[in-house]
Design a protein around this ligand. Structure first.
Ligand code: FAD
Length: 557
């Protein structure tokens, strides 16, 4: 980077902001779980990292980037990240391959600028993490839930909504809960809604309460795109209800899947607003949460059916587990729990509720036993570990972030046992992970077809077929297939990428279409000449005439 450009940037940065060329910092930012570098044989690179301390610097930097764009020596582009933990989709790496990218780290913008306790509306900056919002709510005794995800406490709430991510608290679809966005288009023009602009009152509050604004809906253009940078957003939080229970329906027979699907759909339709999202997980996926590393000598192979049988027996894991939650007053929770129990009684299954006496007692017993004793007795240690995961899963459904789900990313890591479970960070720790996250029609036949497709495709590439379905609504289900691999093994990296490609290409023929893509797929899968992407290209030319922002992100060229 030229001295002239360095001084131009330094001149506009606030004293607490930072322009860094530190090679360690740069290489850490380029470390992803995806193994893109060795697979693609294309090298992504960044010139520098700018860490901002004030959100109004965003505009100054965009203006500078546009001003410098036509000068060969000074031209640069910006790639914003909030917490940069987009594991499996790119982590903190830029999508584009050009040489003059500056990573714009918004992680220090952690202001919670507004909270309305009456309405449950919170306004946050990009760097506000799930844990920070959780601490804030707890500190002020506000009875609302954080829109948590499996990615855990250190991830940005705003960036997850921009990726259109989802969780399993009552407001499952995170961008749906966003009521207001403020930011800047890539050309430097500020964005606020037409409602906000028209409002002549002092606090301009009403904008925070209404998602759709007035006139064309533009806020969606900030999501899964490269047209602007969001500096703050308002999110509607779900209220913590007086009572709650989670339910775990365990089915031993794989063949019961087809019967379970319509029951899940009915529950979501009939108890909308009371039952949160529902997850359906297969046996291997559940084992990945509880089983110790299995084939330590050659990690790049799937467990055989015989091995699965043995593990499932030892850890008492069923073929399918349905996980959901009931929120409401004590009477409502009790009544709906009875209804759900009745519905699932139609199937041969075991029904477990987090508020049942047996779980409460088990927790009491384990909590009162000395840790030394638990660790000495393997069976007790296993029960204690399973109970801990069960309790942490319950915390997540109540909007309290934790790292329990992150363990999945370490399944094929050679040193998976050596990491402290409280400080897991898959990108920094060298985990190998890609996601295949297609939408699947919520129909029993299609779900079965999908399961067979995954179970036949993944093992061909030595990838464990872990299956989860999450209902975003009764009619909309997304499956997340984690492609977990050993990042230090080049053959495993190649297999993982070929597996993802086979899944995506084979899946499209069957009508399974991803809802979200990693930074490599955003180029090879999307057809720049299609009507849709041609329209996006026109928007890009208009809002980012000099192509200074997030080159290549959801923008095939
Ligand atoms: C085990 C595991 C479980 C996971 N579970 C979930 C889950 O339940 N749900 C889920 O959705 N994801 C999940 N993930 C995937 C991912 O880690 C999360 O979605 C995570 O929140 C994304 O990272 P981030 O919040 O740090 O976003 P960032 O990496 O900061 O941002 C993501 C992208 O958004 C864009 N962006 C960020 N900030 C801005 C801004 N201010 N303006 C414009 N563009 C911006 C950038 O292009 C950036 O690359 C999981 C990952 C793992 C490993």
């Amino acid at each position: 980077m030229s001295k002239h450009l360095t001084s131009l940037i330094e001149n506009i940065l606030a004293p607490d902001s930072n322009l860094s060329f530190d090679s360690e910092k740069l290489s850490l930012s380029m470390r992803g779980t995806e193994g893109l570098e060795s697979f693609e044989n294309k090298k992504r690179q960044i010139m520098a990292v700018i860490t901002l301390s004030q959100s109004d610097e965003i505009k100054a930097l965009l203006d500078l980037a546009n001003k410098c764009a036509t000068d060969d020596e000074l031209a640069f582009s910006l790639y914003p990240i909030s917490t940069g933990q987009n594991w499996g989709y790119g982590t903190s790496q830029p999508a584009g391959l050009s040489k003059n990218i500056i990573l714009l780290d918004l992680g220090q913008l952690t202001n919670i600028s507004h909270f309305d306790n009456e309405l449950g509306l919170v306004t946050i900056e990009p760097g506000v993490t799930q844990q920070q919002l959780s601490d804030y709510l707890q500190l002020h005794n506000y009875n609302y839930m954080v829109p948590v995800t499996g990615a855990g406490p250190d991830c940005s709430i705003l960036a997850n909504a921009l990726e259109r991510g989802y969780g399993i608290t009552p407001y499952t679809d995170h961008f749906s809960a966003v009521t207001s966005v403020h930011g800047y288009w890539a050309n430097g023009i500020p964005y606020q809604s037409a409602v906000y602009e028209l409002d002549a009152s002092e606090d301009k509050f009403v904008d925070k309460t209404f998602k759709w604004g007035l006139g064309p809906y533009l806020e969606g253009l900030f999501t899964q795109s490269n047209l602007g940078i969001v500096s703050k957003m308002t999110i509607r939080l779900a209220k913590l209800k007086p009572d709650f229970t989670s339910f775990f329906i365990q089915m031993q027979e794989d063949a019961l899947l087809e019967e379970a699907v319509p029951l899940i759909r009915d529950i979501l339709q009939d108890y909308e607003g009371i039952v949160g999202s529902i997850n359906l997980m297969d046996q291997r996926r559940l084992l990945s949460m509880f089983a110790k590393k299995f084939n330590a000598n050659d990690a790049h192979q799937v467990m055989t059916n015989q091995e699965i049988k043995g593990l499932a027996k030892e850890l008492r894991t069923p073929s399918w587990t349905i996980v959901g939650s009931i929120y409401g007053s004590t009477r409502i929770v009790s009544a709906v729990k009875k209804e759900i129990d009745l519905i699932f009684k139609k199937l041969p299954c075991k029904r477990i509720y987090s508020n049942s006496l047996s779980i409460i007692l088990a927790n009491k017993v384990i909590n009162n036993l000395p840790a030394k004793l638990i660790n000495k007795l393997p069976t007790l240690a296993k029960i204690s570990e399973q109970l801990d995961s069960f309790n942490k899963g319950k915390e997540i459904m109540l909007g309290k972030p934790n790292k329990v789900a992150l363990k999945l990313a370490y399944w094929r890591h050679k040193e998976s046992d050596n990491f402290n479970k409280n400080s897991l960070s898959p990108g920094k720790d060298g985990c190998g992970l890609l996601w295949y996250a297609p939408l699947v029609p919520m129909k029993a036949k299609k779900i079965r077809e999908f399961v067979e497709f995954i179970r036949t495709t993944c093992p061909k590439f030595n990838i464990e077929p872990f299956i989860t379905f999450t209902n975003l609504k009764h009619d909309c289900v997304d499956s997340t297939i984690p492609i977990v691999f050993d990042l230090s093994n080049p053959k495993a990296v190649l297999d993982a990428h070929n597996c993802l490609k086979a899944l995506v290409e084979g899946g499209l023929k069957k009508g399974f279409v991803p809802y979200r893509l990693n930074i490599d797929q955003q180029q090879w899968l999307l057809n720049k000449d299609s009507d849709f992407w041609q329209t996006v290209a026109k928007l890009k030319t208009s809002l980012d005439p000099h192509n200074v922002l997030s080159q290549g992100r959801y923008n095939p060229t």
